[in-house]
Design a protein around this ligand. Structure first.
Ligand code: MG
Length: 204
């Protein structure tokens, strides 16, 4: 048997010039790599007080009160940070950006997102998508959502369609409904390519 015939792979038509070039492909094609998918969840709650700017998803929203907090108190960005860190099992926002550090006082929380993006990149992960819900009695967030999604996507290096933000009120109940707090919940999906043999080893 000739060497070329010996290496013929199933599904290859050796009469086709395109397939002829595939005859000598290495014996271990990319199918030895598997996509590892992981999900994470995050939430955040901030008390609303007078004299603070209301910032959500990096967007300044005109209102008489804003979140108490060490940074800019952007609950939406914080919940997304935790969802991403959780998906990669890299701890939480308090571990990476402690509120005891003067370094983070008053900073934009988009900076946290950019840092989390780098941590995930370093660990080999790509972000698939982020979905979040903000709970706030008033003001209405609907007009601000497109810009929030844009800013969050920019900070995370994503396309606009990979970031979803939704808004809910508290229906007049609990701290949200009384207008005393802002809350955000987020989920994130991340992925990376891993060698099949590594996955099998980790399962055994
Ligand atoms: Mg927070």
């Amino acid at each position: 048997m000739k060497a070329a015939e010996h290496q013929v792979k199933p599904g290859i038509d050796i009469r086709s010039s395109r397939d002829k070039s595939r005859l000598h492909e290495p014996p271990h094609p990319p199918s030895e790599l598997l996509t590892s998918i992981r999900t994470g969840i995050g939430n955040d709650l901030h008390r609303l007080i007078p004299g603070r700017k209301l910032i959500l998803g990096g967007v300044r929203i005109p209102f008489a009160r804003g979140p108490a907090g060490h940074s800019d108190g952007d609950a939406l960005a914080h919940a997304i940070c935790d969802a991403l860190l959780g998906a990669a099992a890299l701890g939480d926002i308090g571990r990476h950006f402690p509120d005891t550090s003067p370094k983070w006082r008053g900073v934009s929380s988009l900076l946290f997102l950019r840092h989390v993006r780098k941590l995930l990149q370093h660990a080999g992960y790509a972000i698939v998508n982020v979905d979040a819900t903000v709970g706030l009695e008033r003001p209405r967030l609907f007009p601000h959502i497109p810009l929030m999604q844009k800013k969050l996507a920019q900070a995370l290096g994503l396309k606009a369609g990979q970031v979803s933000v939704k808004a809910k009120t508290g229906e007049g109940m609990d701290a949200l409904g009384r207008g005393e707090a802002v809350r955000a919940d987020a989920v994130a999906l991340i992925s990376k390519l891993v060698e099949k043999s590594r996955v099998e080893k980790s399962r055994s």
